[in-house]
Design a protein around this ligand. Structure first.
Ligand SMILES: Nc1ncnc2c1ncn2[C@@H]1O[C@H](COP(=O)(O)OP(=O)(O)OP(=O)(O)O)[C@@H](O)[C@H]1O
Length: 567
C-alpha cells in the first residue's frame, strides 16, 4: 500500500521542478493548494484501488485514467504556470488519438475485449416458478437477426434466428425461447409491431431479454436437423422475389431479395414456410463469395406453391418446357459441375433470342474463328439434293414421310415447311454434331424442352437486344462499314448477312418486344445473358463466357450431375 504522504511528496517534487524550470520561484519547497491536494487524494485512492492492483498496475478503469488526465489539465491551467514541456504534454493528452490509445491500452491490459455484459444468470422467476435467462445483446446498428411469433394465448416466442446475425452470434438466444420481457417491459399480449417498437427503443445498441429457455432436448434435435439440412443444398431461383413487398413475410427486414437465375445456398430449411438462405450470385457461373454475406428469409417452395396466383405459373402452353416438369416449380435444385470434365467441352452452347437479334451472326463468326473447336447441326430436308450438295454435309436428305414420323416421335427440335418441302433439325443431329466439336445451336426456345437434359447438358445463353437507340445505331454503322469494305473488295457474292440487314423502326421494336416475351417465358432456363450491341464487343463477351464455361465450375440441375462437386 502506498502512503499518502509519499504521494504528496512526489507531487510536490514534480511541482517544484516545474516552477524551477519556468523560473517562477525557487526550489525551496512548495505548498500544495486545494486543487492539488484533491488531485493527490484521488491519485492515492486510485493507485491503491483493487482494480489497479489486479492487473499489474497497468489497468486503471478507463474513465479513471481519462478523468485523471482531465483533472491534471484543469489543475495545471488553474495554477496559472507556464511550461512549454507541460503545455506539449497537455496538447498531446487532448488529442483524440492519444485518448483513444489510452482507452484501448487499458481495455487490452484489463483483458476487456468485448463490451462488459452482466453474467447471464438462471434465476427462479417468481411469477412462473421456472428458470429464466436474462440475455443482453449489443447490436449497435445491425438488425437483431431474429423473428418472433405470438401464440393464441398472447405468449411470444423466438421464431427464427438468422444464421450469422447478431442473435445467432450471441449464442444466447434459441429458436423456441419464450420472450417474457424486452428491456424490462412485459411482452405478454403485445402485438408484434409493439414488440418491434420496444426492440427499437434500445439503449446504446443494447437490448435486454428475459427469456424462458426452450427445452434442451428440443434444441439439440433441431440443431442436428439443421446441420444435416445445411450440407450443400443449392437452389436456382426461378422467380424474382422482393421480400420488402411481401405481405406474407414474418419479418421483411430479414428478407433476402433475389432475381430469377440467382443461385441460393440454403442454410436452414426445417421450417415449412420460411427458409434461410444466402445469394451466391446470378447464373450458372455464379461463384462470388462476396455476395454471399447476407443471410435472409425466403419463402419455401411449399409456401410459394400454396400462394401462387395462376399468372405466377409459367406453364402457358400445353407443352412441357423442359425434361423435368419445372414449370410449376419456384426453385430448382442445382449442384456444381467440375470445369475440368471433358463433358464441359462438348456441352452444346445454345444461343436463344428473338429472330434478328444476331444469334446466327455470332454463331457464324465463332465457327469461322474456331473451326476445329465448334460444330453445328446438319438439318434434315424432304427436298431432293441439288447439284454440289452432299448428304450429311449440307442436309440429311430424306423423305417427307420419314420427317413426319420423326416429328410424331418427338425426335425433331424444330421444323417447318417451305415451298412444299419439310425442313428441320433433329435431336440426332445434335448427337452427330457433338462428335465433331462443341455444337453451337440457335433454336427456337421451345426446343429447350428436348435439349435441356442430362444427355446434352447445354449451356444456354440469352442474346438480348440493346435499347432501340443502340440497336438502330449499331446496325446502321455495321451496314455502312461492311458496304464500304465490300465495295472496295468488289465482291460479287454479297449476301444480306455479310452486308448486315437493314431494320425498320417497327422491326426493331418488334425484336425488343419478342425478346421480353422470351425472357418472361423462358428466362428461368438461361445460364447466362449477353447484350448484342456492338458486334466486336459481343463476340469478345461470348468468347470470354465460353472460356469461363471451359475453365470454371458451373451450376447445373442436380439431376444432371454424376460429377457434381460441393458448392
Ligand atoms: N451487333 C450487331 N451489329 C450490327 N449488325 C448485326 C449485329 N448482330 C447481328 N447483326 C446483323 O443483323 C442481322 C440479323 O442477324 P442474324 O441473322 O444473326 O439474326 P438472328 O438472331 O440469327 O435472326 P434470324 O433467325 O432472323 O437470322 C444480320 O444481318 C447480322 O449481320
Amino acid at each position: 500500500m502506498l502512503a499518502k504522504e509519499d504521494l504528496s511528496k512526489a507531487f510536490e517534487d514534480i511541482l517544484e521542478s516545474v516552477i524551477e524550470e519556468t523560473g517562477l520561484g525557487t526550489s525551496s519547497g512548495v505548498q500544495l493548494n486545494r486543487h492539488q491536494q484533491r488531485t493527490v487524494d484521488r491519485l492515492h485512492k486510485f493507485v491503491n484501488s483493487s482494480e489497479y492492483k489486479r492487473s499489474s498496475g497497468s489497468s486503471a478503469s478507463t474513465s479513471e485514467t481519462i478523468s485523471f488526465c482531465d483533472d491534471f489539465i484543469a489543475d495545471w491551467e488553474a495554477s496559472g504556470l507556464n511550461s512549454s514541456p507541460v503545455q506539449q504534454l497537455i496538447n498531446l493528452l487532448n488529442r483524440p488519438h492519444i485518448r483513444g490509445l489510452l482507452w484501448s491500452t487499458e481495455d487490452v491490459s484489463a483483458k476487456r475485449f468485448a463490451p462488459e455484459l452482466p453474467a447471464v444468470p438462471f434465476e427462479v422467476d417468481e411469477d412462473e416458478g421456472i428458470a429464466v435467462k436474462i440475455v443482453r445483446i449489443v447490436r449497435r446498428d445491425e438488425p437483431l437477426g431474429a423473428t418472433i411469433k405470438c401464440d393464441h394465448g398472447g405468449r411470444v416466442y423466438v421464431a427464427r434466428i438468422i444464421s450469422g446475425g447478431v442473435a445467432d452470434r450471441s449464442g444466447c438466444i434459441q429458436e423456441g425461447d419464450r420472450v417474457l420481457e424486452v428491456n424490462g417491459e412485459s411482452v405478454l399480449d403485445k402485438k408484434p409491431d409493439e414488440i418491434v417498437q420496444l426492440l427499437n427503443k434500445c439503449d446504446g445498441g443494447c437490448v435486454t431479454f428475459k427469456l424462458i429457455p426452450v427445452e434442451v432436448w428440443h434444441n439439440h434435435s433441431s440443431k442436428a436437423h439443421n446441420n444435416n439440412e445445411k450440407s450443400h443444398i443449392h437452389l436456382r431461383a426461378l422467380f424474382d422475389y422482393d421480400g420488402t413487398n411481401d405481405a406474407r413475410h414474418p419479418c421483411p427486414e430479414a428478407a433476402l431479395n433475389f432475381r430469377r437465375g440467382d443461385i441460393l445456398e440454403l442454410l436452414v430449411c426445417n421450417d415449412e414456410y420460411w427458409w434461410q438462405a444466402r445469394r451466391l450470385g446470378n447464373g450458372a457461373l455464379a461463384h462470388s463469395r462476396e455476395e454471399s454475406k447476407g443471410v435472409g428469409l425466403i419463402p419455401s417452395e411449399l409456401l410459394q406453391q400454396k400462394s401462387a396466383r395462376p399468372e405466377d405459373r409459367r406453364k402457358n402452353t400445353s407443352q412441357k418446357l423442359v425434361e423435368k416438369d419445372m414449370d410449376d416449380l419456384f426453385y430448382e435444385s442445382v449442384c456444381k459441375l467440375k470445369s475440368s470434365s471433358s463433358s464441359s467441352n462438348s456441352r452444346p452452347i445454345v444461343l436463344i433470342g428473338p429472330p434478328g437479334v444476331g444469334r446466327n451472326e455470332l454463331k457464324r463468326r465463332l465457327l469461322m474463328m474456331f473451326p476445329e473447336r465448334f460444330s453445328t447441326t446438319v438439318p434434315h430436308t424432304s427436298r431432293s439434293a441439288r447439284n454440289g450438295e452432299n448428304d450429311g454435309i449440307d442436309y440429311y436428305f430424306t423423305t417427307r414421310k420419314n420427317i413426319e414420323k420423326m416429328i410424331e416421335n418427338d425426335e425433331m427440335l424444330e421444323f417447318g415447311e417451305f415451298r412444299g418441302n419439310l425442313y428441320g433439325t433433329a435431336v440426332s443431329a445434335v448427337r452427330m454434331a457433338k462428335l465433331k466439336g462443341t455444337p453451337l445451336l440457335t433454336p427456337h426456345p421451345l426446343a429447350l424442352r428436348q435439349l435441356r437434359t442430362s444427355e446434352f447438358m447445354p449451356f444456354i445463353i440469352f442474346v438480348q437486344p440493346p435499347t432501340f437507340h443502340d440497336f438502330k445505331e449499331t446496325r446502321e454503322a455495321f451496314r455502312s462499314r461492311t458496304a464500304r469494305t465490300q465495295s472496295s473488295a468488289s465482291s460479287t457474292s454479297q449476301t444480306i448477312n455479310s452486308m448486315g440487314r437493314a431494320f425498320t423502326d417497327s422491326e426493331i421494336r418488334q425484336i425488343i418486344e419478342n425478346a421480353s416475351n422470351i425472357d418472361r417465358n423462358y428466362g428461368h432456363l438461361f445460364d447466362s445473358r449477353i447484350t448484342n450491341t456492338n458486334l466486336d464487343d459481343t463476340m469478345s463477351d461470348l468468347i470470354k463466357l465460353i472460356h469461363n464455361l471451359e475453365t470454371k465450375s458451373t451450376w447445373v440441375p442436380l439431376n444432371w450431375a454424376t460429377r457434381c462437386v460441393d458448392g
